[in-house]
Design a protein around this ligand. Structure first.
Ligand SMILES: Cc1cc2nc3c(=O)[nH]c(=O)nc-3n(C[C@H](O)[C@H](O)[C@H](O)COP(=O)(O)OP(=O)(O)OC[C@H]3O[C@@H](n4cnc5c(N)ncnc54)[C@H](O)[C@@H]3O)c2cc1C
Ligand SMILES: NC(=O)c1ccc[n+]([C@@H]2O[C@H](COP(=O)([O-])OP(=O)(O)OC[C@H]3O[C@@H](n4cnc5c(N)ncnc54)[C@H](O)[C@@H]3O)[C@@H](O)[C@H]2O)c1
Length: 445
């Protein structure tokens, strides 16, 4: 028998769940279909477990930076205890998430379904029909095609390691590559981070990335740029890594962090006329796919915005509103801040120096080493640089790039300044708690 709903959502990550809650609150009948863990990537195998593991790594780094400045003796990360701390949080996520959805009146289904030629969604013997569908299936880790591909592990495996291997290799100098490298290094592993060209973290400011890579190397990570891994073969208890330039080395585990692939293959999208490209599902400015009844949100969408949890949640709120009020205007994203949670952290928001290079008279670019500022001197942060892009006509910061151990909180303060168009004059009318990263804001424009 076919079950009919107002809206059927495929995927229960921040995108799918955000839409489900918003629509159920407006008394729509909603179903969510999930083929793995309710909650999706972020709380189960992404942002949240990563940040829990980083808690110990950051605590150790803060302590290490203060050695001889009031702290004697370093600390050690106990990986099994740290993993237990992480699991204490993540193990409960799927059940709690599903219970939350049910309590909000959402019907849940477990399994991998696919669209039918009739435009319904089939999960085993069940068939769901709906006025609207939302595809929120996210992405999964890419495995580079190479000899020995079966020997490659992924971020999912890393975030569940029972023991930290003595020597690890990570392929891919993106967000995940640098974040996992910092965690492994802080936990005591010998880490090789291998990137295929000379421009890791290409979404970030080139000058800050150069400083960031130098800082990461300083922390003891073996970063190898312009290096292509061609083969990973088992060698007794270890793995033999072969590179295109003829080098070979042994390592205990190899993780592939060379990008993620949209989860579209199982959905039979052709049956409902949805087009995709290698970045995901194509949508219009209302996040409608090429089938006007079907929306797509979050990581599975093909677009230039960064693929992040708050952005998936923003999409979800927009689509729920679009279903409730089809005449709303096109989606308009605010500034989207993003952070690489390494040692140090690297963050960016708004326009970059590259964006304004063609019009140097209209913008001022300030790049400052801030290690001597109280905020950073206090904790003896060895790496602290802030670059701001200021619109001369308004004296407003319109873009910021930050590298430091405090970059995550400072970038949010910049985001508020950019979105709320807070200029120097307005800042001077505010009283912010001192001394904090936010009270430094008055010094940047
Ligand atoms: C290691 C890692 C660290 C990250 N760290 C951060 C961070 O610090 N900050 C940040 O903002 N973002 C971070 N991200 C990105 C963030 O996790 C994603 O942007 C976010 O989860 C996207 O939400 P989503 O709902 O679009 O997709 P997902 O969270 O991936 O959810 C999609 C869901 O759909 C399910 N699904 C897939 N196919 C099907 C199917 N055929 N049928 C039914 N269900 C299906 C999946 O199992 C999954 O549960 C990180 C990602 C990773 C991998
Ligand atoms: N802190 C965060 O907010 C956070 C953390 C993790 C992931 N994410 C999101 O998830 C997405 C995926 O993260 P990711 O790190 O997997 O992807 P990514 O696109 O950031 O990085 C992948 C990197 O691998 C490199 N690469 C590609 N082929 C390679 C090869 N053959 N050899 C070596 N390197 C190669 C790419 O040039 C790129 O730099 C990100 O774009 C981001 O939106 C966000």
């Amino acid at each position: 028998m076919t079950q009919d709903y107002d809206v059927v959502i495929i995927g229960s990550g921040p995108g799918g769940n955000g839409a489900a809650y918003a629509l159920a609150a407006e008394h729509k009948s909603v179903a969510v279909v999930e083929n793995d863990l309710f909650g999706g990537t972020c709380p189960n195998r992404g942002c949240d477990p990563k940040r829990i593991l980083l808690a110990a790594i950051e605590a150790k780094a803060y302590q290490d930076h203060m050695l001889g400045k009031g702290i004697d003796g370093g600390s050690q990360v106990n990986w099994p205890d740290l993993m237990a701390h992480k699991r204490n949080y993540t193990d409960a996520v799927p059940e709690k998430t599903e219970a939350g959805l049910k309590a909000a009146g959402v019907t849940t289904y477990h399994g991998s379904g696919k669209f039918t030629d009739e435009g319904t969604f089939e999960i085993g013997s069940e068939e769901l029909s709906a006025r609207n569908f939302i595809i929120a299936t996210g992405q999964h880790p890419a495995l580079l095609p190479m000899a020995g591909q079966e020997n490659l592990l992924t971020s999912n495996d890393f975030l569940n390691l029972n023991q930290m291997p003595r020597d690890i290799t990570i392929i891919g100098g993106g967000y995940i590559g640098f974040e996992l490298s910092s965690i492994a290094k802080g936990a005591g592993a010998n880490v090789h981070l291998i990137h295929h060209n000379n421009r890791p973290l290409k979404q970030f400011d080139e000058e800050l990335v150069t400083d960031f890579v130098a800082a990461v190397k300083d922390e003891g990570i073996d970063v190898q740029l312009n290096t292509n891994v061609t083969e990973v073969q088992k060698a007794d208890q270890q793995f033999n890594v072969q590179t295109a330039d003829g080098r070979q080395f042994k390592t205990d585990a190899v993780f592939c962090a060379a990008g993620r692939v949209p989860n579209v293959d199982q959905l039979n999208l052709a049956a409902v006329g949805i087009t995709t490209d290698r970045h995901g599902i194509q949508v219009d400015e209302h996040l409608k796919t090429t089938n006007p009844k079907i929306y797509a949100v979050g990581d599975v969408v093909s677009e230039s915005h960064p693929k992040l949890t708050p952005k998936a949640a923003f999409d979800a709120a927009y689509v729920a509103a679009d279903i409730l009020n089809p005449s709303q205007s096109a989606i308009d994203y605010p500034a989207i801040p993003t952070v690489v949670y390494g040692q140090p952290k690297l963050a960016t928001v708004g326009v970059s120096e590259k964006d304004v290079q063609s019009n140097p008279d209209a913008y001022e670019v300030k790049s400052q080493d801030v290690t001597s500022w109280l905020t950073y001197h206090r904790i003896h942060d060895p790496y602290a640089r802030v670059k701001t892009i200021i619109q001369k006509s308004t004296h407003q910061v319109i873009g910021a790039q930050v590298m430091s151990s405090e970059a995550d909180s400072l970038i949010n303060a910049f985001t508020l300044m950019i979105d709320e168009k807070i200029d120097q004059k307005r800042l001077n009318q505010l009283i912010l708690a001192y001394p904090t990263t936010a009270s430094d804001l008055t010094y940047f424009n």
